[in-house]
Design a protein around this ligand. Structure first.
Ligand SMILES: *[C@@H]1O[C@H](CO)[C@@H](O)[C@H](O)[C@H]1NC(C)=O
Ligand SMILES: *[C@@H]1O[C@H](CO)[C@@H](O)[C@H](O)[C@H]1NC(C)=O
Length: 422
């Protein structure tokens, strides 16, 4: 009988519901709402952090914090925040770096701080590091320690010895494993924290990201100067840097033999005027117009199309596609992403053999289908989440990150099964 089947399904669903609700509460909330917490609205209930909250909003660092679970925000009262703003020369980009350094990629509450080992520093990663701003991993981390006279000290891991910029003053919020807000006495800073993405650091970043060849080419052709001009512009720059392998791949042009003007066009083609970080690229609709590149002409030659499918983003030159791989730098208004193949514009390589047409892609589910049948998506987490997993340096307690991700997996599995049953 049809009714019995339906009833059985309902029973199974109920059992699953019960087991899903045993997943950590924070995870379940994060999954269902798509947002685990809202730092802006939390701090708006505490007027003594008005400046801090204002800058979190202006720099959009609040969105980064809200998008993931297992974070600790070290907030500053208005007095300490005004010190930070003046140290940063009131420059929004510089303040953004500092706010990201004050947002830790792990959950720290008073209980965990009390369990810190005595006489040794414990390192924790930060959003600053995850965003690619750090020149070395030390400058992106924050060290914590139990202080001799009691209390807890915080400083950049790049600071020498046992000097701590800031001490813990109080806990404002401790939602286990998800979200902690702790007040500290003074800003955490280090030499270079307030530097924007300079040309020197761009080259260094590219080299570090495995794009040495590209870095050398943009320097020798002078295209680096064009990038620099775009970086200084308010609209910003999005750079797609091919990895070193891409120059050796089958079908790649021999850049050493290209006429100079063509090579310049090719390199300029790898940059978009404007700030388009990965999360924004992911939202580009299939019907969207192609993007202008730094090589584009008034007539729309040298445009490139962005193709987003789920978590995957590719660039289509009309000749072939190249996948957008990692975020090397995301520092408004500049972002640098790597691509796994050279972007070969049709305008330059029309004569080259086009690659075999890819099989017709399956039709994308319509938005209505998606909302009906897919499980709620986890909070968007780009760069920070990748960095999070492998850096719980000397955390003495059981890793909260690990338990959180197990919980998240369980919850995701449960909701998927539930969605198919209900
Ligand atoms: C967070 O709270 C602020 C202030 O209450 C609100 O303006 C903002 O839209 C909220 N953000 C999200 C993602 O809900
Ligand atoms: C080139 O890109 C610009 C900006 O998106 C767009 O307005 C224009 O229509 C494009 N031209 C062509 C030929 O694709």
């Amino acid at each position: 009988m049809a009714g019995a089947g339906a009833q059985l399904r309902r029973v199974v669903a109920l059992v699953l519901l019960a087991c899903c609700s045993m997943a950590p509460a924070a995870t379940a909330r994060g999954m269902s709402a798509g947002i685990a917490h809202n730092i802006t609205s939390f701090l708006s209930g505490h007027p003594e952090y008005k400046q801090y909250n204002r800058y979190l909003t202006e720099t959009r660092v609040c969105d980064e914090i809200n998008a993931r679970g297992g974070v600790t925000v070290l907030v500053l009262g208005d007095g300490a925040m005004s010190t930070l703003v003046s140290d940063a020369g009131a420059d929004l980009g510089a303040i953004k770096n500092a706010l990201r350094l004050h947002a830790l990629l792990d959950y720290w509450d008073v209980k965990k701080l009390k369990a810190l080992p005595t006489g040794a520093d414990t390192l924790t990663d930060t959003f600053y590091q995850a965003a690619g701003g750090a020149a070395t991993s030390a400058t992106g981390s924050v060290k914590m320690a139990k202080l001799e006279g009691g209390g807890f000290g915080f400083a950049s891991a790049a600071s020498p010895g046992d000097a701590y910029d800031a001490t813990f003053t109080k806990a404002l919020k401790q939602t286990q494993y998800d979200f902690a807000v702790l007040e500290v006495s003074a800003p955490i800073e280090f030499d270079g924290l307030f530097d924007g993405p300079s040309v020197a650091s761009l080259t260094r970043l590219l080299e570090k990201a495995g794009c040495k060849r590209f870095a050398a080419l943009i320097a020798s052709t002078g295209v680096l100067k064009d990038y620099q001009a775009a970086m200084a512009d308010k609209a910003g720059l999005t750079l797609f840097a091919p990895k070193d392998d891409a120059f050796l791949a089958k079908g790649a042009p021999d850049v050493d033999k290209m006429p100079r003007a063509d090579l310049v066009a090719l390199l300029r083609y790898h940059a978009l005027p404007g700030y388009n970080p990965r999360p924004s690229l992911k939202l580009v609709k299939a019907s969207a117009r192609p993007f202008r590149t730094l090589a584009s002409t008034a007539g729309g030659k040298y445009n490139v199309s962005v193709v987003a499918r789920g978590d995957d983003v590719s660039l289509d030159t009309g000749l072939r596609k190249s996948r957008v791989a990692e975020t090397v730098l995301d520092d408004t208004p500049v972002c640098v992403l790597t691509v796994d193949r050279l972007l070969m514009p049709l305008e330059l390589f029309a004569g080259a053999p086009a690659e075999a047409p890819s099989p017709t892609p399956a039709p994308a589910p319509s938005p209505a289908d998606a909302t009906l049948s897919s499980p709620p998506s986890p909070p968007p987490a780009d760069a920070p989440s990748e960095a999070a997993a492998d850096h719980v340096h000397k955390d003495v307690k059981a890793s909260s990150a690990a338990s959180l991700s197990v919980g998240a997996l369980a919850a995701a599995a449960c909701s998927a099964v539930l969605a198919s049953l209900l």
